[in-house]
Design a protein around this ligand. Structure first.
Ligand code: ADP
Ligand code: MG
Length: 693
């Protein structure tokens, strides 16, 4: 085995040396292997040598010809110009280099040359300006620069040509040493080319077909390794012992009687999945996804109360104070008659009451703690934490999930249910959330009329405000949302405070207008919110703080100012605040769509109410990094795999990886055991990282 050879420091390769090694280090290339796995960003197809007579203006092409004449001169401004005419028997091409005096001797009359560059029309003849040139040793030479050439992402001080040359040397000398990690059955099942060919061809492909085959193989490999790590993590959690709750028919009936409605079929289905998890001796590690308004809270309540009935403490974590407070209000009301001790814990000052509350949690005097990330503070300890629900998972990171879980009781791991109202696009559910079991609520409670969405052009703004007033006169309420709080933040944006005053005093004079934004004191926010819930305000002018979770069924209008400033997921979340009763509801999108992307977002909003479709579209528009809008999402970085477009490959790799881990130690096939061992060793650091998650 030649592993050591590939692990050799790049510095000791001929022609590299310490200085170049340092530059390469900045690209993350330290060893020979790193360089072999530093894949091209894109390719230039120069495999076709064109006849000069076939060239057309504006195309980029490769030609071969003989130098007919050359001319080197300076303009009056002392700019140097080198000109040549090159012919290939079909026609002539003019070639020019500006300001490159060292070029003047680069080729001579009668040299055979390959030229690659953009063809332009100048004074009725075709020319190339500053093309790349290769002088061929003779007329029949195939040309080094002919073919499909790799283009790499490089830092400024590096040149494509010299980098390419280095890669070429290293690939030629070392590609055959790359070891095959897959068993024959995987290779033959997917008809993969050998890894050595894949490495060679990914840098210097013989043809577009062989490039595609190499990509397919290397993408699969990358996803396979990642999914194996996911499978190991998932198995790791399943190997820990969790609590085995007992949830009898009695408890179940008791919980369901609390709700003022019948659970939908979908809610019942996910509840039975959760029920099964809770009653097993393995910890639950489940993601509950469902569109806004699909009734995830009721499902959470089921899980929480079932755990409380088993005399465990439970925690319900929400991403914002407003949301935590709302959950607290809803649940307090729901549990009025149940004997559940419930408490709200949010950030802010360590008052005497808060200290007392923390003490009560520690002593086990509280059954259900609802809170923000204040719940994961060091000072907060539970006596017997059995189940955790995390609302709007995408707002939290993997680390926060883990830290809360670590507050569990003794050697057992508490059950964890995370909920998200941003439906997870298929590919992400296999990657970012690949270690979770997933339950999906795929229907809305009955009696909802789908929200009608309209774009409001500037000249229709007054009509739209008039429409809102009419809704208020009918007894309904409205949200008006702005992107920013304070005028000073951005110059030409209407700001919530100024606009709120204008709306209150002029546009909606006579109506009650409340104002809510992120910079208000928590107590005040809570007060304004509950005043709105209690219909003390007709209209709530707000910033994005109301994005997630807020539930005010009587509100039927969501007017979004500067809609172009919001992401698609945000717009959908905002729209999800309305349409929560049997009244017809309206989402009004104000603003001017400047960019193509913002137009596409608005178009999608007008076209569909389906959160799953919107999430897919959002992911496509913004890419996976931006999709979450937070750096803590634990998004894996792939070198060649593309989370969005390679869904089918991810799926294959995942199935194989999970099979391997499942068979694992018991496999009769020694090769599989070796494969698993290799992966565990090779990715030890990565797996450790994953284990913290
Ligand atoms: P989300 O999934 O967005 O968190 P919520 O749990 O806030 O949704 O529920 C949205 C609204 O639907 C709430 O007013 C809730 O009381 C109501 N709801 C939930 N489940 C049902 C149901 N099965 N039938 C009728 N209304 C329901
Ligand atoms: Mg919710």
């Amino acid at each position: 085995m030649s592993t050591s050879d590939l692990d050799k420091s790049i510095q000791y390769i001929k022609g590299v040396g310490p200085k170049r090694a340092q530059s390469l280090g900045r690209l993350g290339i330290h060893t020979v292997k790193d360089l072999l796995y530093y894949f091209p960003r894109t390719y230039q197809d120069r495999s076709q040598v064109e006849k000069i007579s076939n060239l057309t203006d504006g195309t980029t092409a490769m030609v071969k010809g003989i130098v007919i004449n050359i001319k080197s001169f300076r303009t009056r401004g002392w700019k140097s110009i080198f000109e040549a005419s090159v012919g290939d028997g079909t026609s002539m091409l003019q070639v020019k280099w500006f300001n490159r005096p060292y070029q003047s001797e680069i080729f001579q009359v009668d040299d055979h040359v390959f030229l690659y560059g953009k063809v332009t029309l100048y004074k009725q003849s075709l020319q190339m300006v500053n093309p790349e040139v290769e002088i061929a040793p003779g007329e029949d030479s195939p040309g080094r620069s002919v073919g499909i050439l790799p283009v790499y992402s490089l830092i400024e001080e590096m040149k494509q040509t010299s980098f390419r040359k280095l890669v070429k040397t290293i690939v030629d000398d070392h590609y055959h040493k790359v070891e095959e990690i897959f068993t024959d059955d995987i290779i033959s099942k997917h008809k993969f080319i050998p890894v050595t060919d894949a490495i060679k061809n990914i840098h210097f492909p013989d043809s577009m077909d062989s490039l595609d085959e190499s990509k397919r193989r290397l993408k699969y490999e990358e996803f396979f390794l990642f999914e194996t790590a996911m499978a190991l993590r998932k198995r790791g959690i399943k190997e820990v012992s969790g609590y085995k709750f007992r949830i009898g028919q009695n408890v179940e009936n008791h919980i369901c009687k609390l709700f003022p409605f019948e659970l939908t079929k979908s809610q019942q289905k996910v509840i039975s999945e959760i029920h099964e998890d809770m009653c097993s001796e393995r910890p639950m590690n489940r993601l509950l996804q469902g569109d806004v308004g699909s009734g995830k809270t009721a499902v959470a309540v089921y899980a929480l109360l079932a755990a409380v009935a088993n005399r465990f403490q439970t925690a319900f974590m929400a991403p914002t104070e407003i949301l935590a407070e709302q959950h607290y209000r809803t649940l307090s009301l729901l549990l009025e008659k149940a004997e559940v001790k419930i408490l709200l814990l949010t950030g802010g000052a360590k008052t005497k009451i808060k200290k007392e509350n923390i003490e009560r949690i520690k002593e086990g005097d509280i059954d259900l703690v609802i809170g923000t990330h204040a719940l994961i503070d060091k000072g907060v300890e539970f006596k017997k934490l059995g189940l955790i629900v995390i609302d709007e998972q995408h707002k939290f990171g993997v680390m926060q999930r883990t830290r809360l879980r670590q507050k569990g009781y003794n050697k057992h791991m508490p059950d964890v249910l995370v909920m998200t109202a941003t439906p997870i696009p298929r590919s992400l559910s296999l990657t970012v959330f690949g270690d979770l079991d997933i339950s999906t609520i795929d229907e809305l409670p009955p009696g909802r009329t789908p929200v009608e969405t309209y774009r409001v052009p500037v000249k229709k703004e007054n009509d739209a405000y008039g429409f809102i007033r009419k809704e208020v006169e009918k007894g309904r309420q409205a949200f008006v949302v702005y992107p920013l709080v304070d005028e000073s933040e951005k110059l030409d944006l209407k700001s919530a405070t100024v606009e709120a005053e204008k709306l209150r005093d002029e546009v909606f004079s006579g109506l009650n207008v409340g104002l809510l934004h992120g910079q208000l004191k928590p107590e005040l926010k809570d007060l304004i919110m509950s005043d709105f819930v209690n219909h003390k305000y007709d209209i709530l002018v707000s910033t994005i703080v109301i994005e997630v979770g807020i539930d005010v069924p009587n509100a039927t209008v969501m007017a979004i100012e500067h809609a172009e400033r919001f992401g698609l997921a945000q717009l959908h979340q905002l729209r999800g605040r309305i349409g929560r009763s049997s009244h017809r509801s309206y989402c009004l999108l104000f603003g001017i769509q400047k960019s193509a992307e913002s137009r596409q977002r608005i178009k999608t909003m007008l076209e569909t109410n389906d959160g799953f479709r919107i999430a897919e579209e959002d992911l496509k528009l913004r890419g996976p990094g931006e999709f979450f809008g937070t750096r803590q999402h634990g998004l894996p970085e792939f070198k060649i795999g593309d989370i969005i477009n390679d869904y089918n490959i991810i799926k294959l790799a995942r199935t194989d990886a999970f099979d391997l881990v499942k068979e694992g130690r018991n496999s009769k096939d020694p090769k599989k055991q070796i494969l698993l061992k290799i992966i565990m060793e090779r990715f030890k650091d990565k797996l450790d990282l994953i284990n913290t998650g």
